[in-house]
Design a protein around this ligand. Structure first.
Ligand code: FAD
Length: 393
């Protein structure tokens, strides 16, 4: 059967851009249905360095690395904050709308065709799929659903099993001048202001990105059952504690995270990638790098003609997430205890930076913590690409 395209990718966020660019660079005829024009994803814009290698592989412009995070303020209500300056940058802060434009540009330059329309339905056909959209119907041999949280259901595909939903709200405002020296190159994380989650403040140049999120769902760390309205109330208290004006608007959405079992992300000649596949990190609530990673693996498996490879190679990420879930349970479940530990041994905060830089796997944090508590330095992977590029798959 002849198709209009070899592969159709739905969605042009990190997962869709990475899948589309990887496939197109290898010479495949790729169509990306990019969804509605003008949609800006609510996001903290924090990219941990463990995914740097993927950003470089995509050829993203230098401004992506302009706003580094080298310091952390770890706060908790009614307790003095812990300040930690790391030996190196742990993450970068990006303007999410601009970041998505750069991703789209990378996919186009790689040779993918991009149409600004939503896929309405994906219907299985012999040897592939028929995909319907407002601008016409297309057909393909392989389908990558990278259309974000709920993306699988919307296309009539089988959704992944989601154990945890990270529900978060975010807003941006000008950075008050008095906070500039405190927040330059720094991130603030506040534990304990919302059960089972955290509040954040990221300064990106003269912009302050503020938000709060918590985990909801089976066995979630906090068991917080309130809705987004409850989260918004906790958020207003959070910014008041830090001397900021009340928020007049915020935007919110969810990040699906896997539960204990590895989600099924492949079905015949279709696969899910990024948030559609529940790849969010259940410890940090980070999802952009994980989406890039899964998009890349999905593309490589399609190029090899065997999507089973994608399901198998995602095992490394799911293993990381199992440990991430446990870390989340401990830290967000016992925020006061964790904050006191950080006060007593601030050097242990460096382990978080080691994870952000990909020098240490989340799975390796327990042994590293043991070493720190015995006064020894943990074994790290200090090579440029670190743990995430070399050992994850
Ligand atoms: C409040 C908040 C803060 C966050 N902060 C961070 C952070 O600081 N760092 C971090 O790494 N992650 C963060 N995340 C998570 C991160 O935004 C996501 O994990 C990441 O965007 C997932 O990428 P994706 O490509 O899978 O999906 P998305 O980025 O959601 O992209 C999916 C795209 O598909 C499009 N689409 C939807 N339906 C269709 C359709 N039917 N057809 C075609 N296209 C469609 C959408 O319009 C969208 O453009 C945050 C999330 C939230 C909600």
């Amino acid at each position: 059967m002849s198709h209009t395209h070899d592969i159709i990718v739905t969605g042009l966020g990190p997962a869709g851009a990475m899948a589309g660019a990887t496939l197109a660079r290898a010479g495949a005829k790729v169509l990306i249905l990019a969804g509605q024009p003008g949609h800006v994803k609510p996001c903290g814009g924090c990219l941990s360095r463990r995914w740097d290698w993927l950003l470089r592989e995509l050829g993203l412009p230098a401004w992506v690395w302009r706003h580094p995070v080298r310091r952390l303020w770890l706060a908790a209500p009614l307790q003095p904050p812990v300040h930690w300056q790391s030996r190196e940058v742990g993450a970068y802060l990006v303007d999410r709308a601009r970041f998505n434009q750069a991703l789209a540009q990378a996919a186009l330059e790689a040779g993918a065709e991009v149409i600004q329309a939503r896929a309405r339905e994906a219907l299985p056909r012999p040897g592939g799929f028929a995909v319907k959209s407002r601008v016409g119907d297309f057909s393909c041999g392989w389908l990558v659903a990278a259309s974000g949280a709920g993306g699988a259901q919307a296309l009539g595909l089988v959704p992944p099993q989601i154990g945890l939903l990270y529900r978060a709200i975010v807003e941006e405002r000008p950075l008050p001048a008095r906070l500039e020296p405190i927040m330059r190159d720094a991130a603030l994380i506040e534990l304990g202001g919302v059960p089972g989650g955290y509040g954040w403040a990221f300064a990106r140049g003269d912009t302050l990105n503020l938000g709060m999120g918590f985990w909801q769902g089976n066995g979630g760390p906090g068991g917080y059952s309130e809705s987004t309205a409850g989260l918004a109330r906790a958020y207003q208290k959070f910014i008041k504690r830090h001397g900021l004006e009340p928020a007049h608007g915020w935007r919110g959405w969810v990040i699906p995270c896997p539960d204990g079992k590895p989600p099924q992300v492949v079905s015949g000649r279709a696969c899910l990638a990024g948030d559609a596949a529940a790849t969010g990190d259940p410890f940090l609530g980070e999802g952009m790098g994980q989406a890039l990673y899964s998009g890349r693996l999905a593309a490589q498996a399609i190029l090899a003609g065997d999507l089973g490879q994608y399901q198998a190679r995602m095992g490394g990420l799911w293993r990381e997430h199992r440990h991430g879930r446990l870390l989340a349970r401990l830290i967000y479940g016992w925020p006061g205890l964790f904050q006191r530990l950080a006060q007593a041994r601030p050097g242990a905060v460096e382990l978080g930076f080691n994870v952000l830089r990909g020098e240490l796997a989340q799975a390796g944090i327990w042994r590293a913590l043991g070493a720190k508590l015995k006064g020894r330095e943990p074994a790290l992977d200090l090579q440029a690409r670190g743990y995430y590029s070399k050992h994850l798959n």
